[in-house]
Design a binder for this molecule. Structure first.
Ligand SMILES: C[S@@+](CC[C@H](N)C(=O)[O-])C[C@H]1O[C@@H](n2cnc3c(N)ncnc32)[C@H](O)[C@@H]1O
Length: 300
């Protein structure tokens, strides 16, 4: 029985990696077992091998499994002070520089955006800043939210949240940027226009370049060390010179890829892409790693 279970988890792991590039080799056995058992039960399959057959032919079931395996916990304005610091130290100077110089577009990437609360929080912070500037309306704002989970992205795209989900939003912000109807609190059209959501694996080479700001919070904490290294190099590639990276409160940059960034605010985990060519060269050279070698950080 044990051996059968091990075999089925291994087949699921290989199928996810091959078809979606989703690497679960670093996840703990108990977390994986819980997620798979839940999906086996809900899909009406009698056992794991029948479930694997279903997984091979059903894209929908694949999406459900990825959703069950993704820790999608998120919130608006998550972590007191983090978005204030981001606004004061990054968004305000960046927006005003762009407006003053007549540069037309502000590009932000909300990487691992889950159900969209982080992406909309960033958009609201930018909108509130631009309101203060006479020429703020001239700036085009593009905030791209990406995630592995299509189920989470569907929620993000709809932009409708329950009473409990909007609890952390200050009342004045809630009344200005949301409308309430029977389905819940809907993000306003002006904020939604700034945002786009798409599926993407952070371990793939980034398709976007010249990004001004990447916000990637509470994602890297679940990554193994080799995955962390790939992620950091990908962010370095995607950012424009002088671009900024923000991680979650409990996360940090490790090992040689750390040289790719200078610390702006340690407490709020804000970093700037290093200008040093040598640092970039050394770090990318040291960090040639195999992502599948997941001596890993665990989910549970
Ligand atoms: C805990 S949530 C964090 C959400 C949000 N950033 C926040 O801090 O509130 C982590 C998200 O990262 C996503 N994720 C994990 N690995 C990923 C990968 N390799 N590529 C893209 N998204 C990933 C998960 O699907 C999940 O939605």
């Amino acid at each position: 029985m044990e051996a059968d279970e091990e075999k089925s988890y291994d087949l699921i792991r290989r199928h996810l990696l091959k078809t979606r590039g989703f690497d679960i080799s670093g996840y703990s056995r108990s977390f994986l077992a819980r997620a798979v058992r839940k999906r086996v039960g809900r899909s009406g399959c009698r056992h794991a091998m029948e479930y694997i057959a279903l997984l091979r032919k059903s894209e929908d079931e694949m999406n459900e499994l990825i959703a069950a395996l993704s820790v999608n916990v998120t919130d608006f304005f998550r972590d007191t002070g983090a978005f204030e610091a981001l606004t004061e130290q990054v968004i305000r100077p960046l927006a005003s520089l762009k407006v003053d110089l007549g540069w037309s577009t502000l590009r932000i990437w909300s990487a691992g955006c889950a159900t969209g609360q982080e992406t909309y929080t960033i958009a609201i912070c930018v909108a509130e800043e631009l309101k203060k500037s006479e020429k703020g309306g001239d700036l085009v704002v593009r905030i791209q939210g990406t995630d592995l989970s299509k189920v989470a992205l569907n929620v993000a795209t709809q932009g409708v949240y329950s009473e409990a989900q909007v609890k952390a939003i200050p009342k004045d912000i809630l009344s200005e940027h949301f409308t309430k109807d029977d389905s819940g609190y809907q993000v306003s059209p002006s904020i939604r226009r700034m945002t786009r959501f798409s599926e993407g694996n952070l371990l793939d080479s980034p398709s976007q370049k010249y990004i001004d700001l990447i916000v990637c919070r509470n994602v890297v904490i679940y990554f193994s060390r080799p995955m962390h290294d790939v992620l950091v190099r990908n962010f370095h590639t995607a950012l424009r010179p002088g671009g900024v990276l923000m991680l979650g409160r409990t996360e940090t940059l490790m090992g040689s890829p750390r040289r790719l960034f200078d610390v702006v605010d340690h407490e709020n985990r804000i970093f700037r892409k290093s200008e040093s060519e040598q640092a970039a060269f050394q770090a990318s050279d040291d960090a040639r790693v195999d992502v599948s070698d997941s001596a890993s950080k665990r989910f549970t």
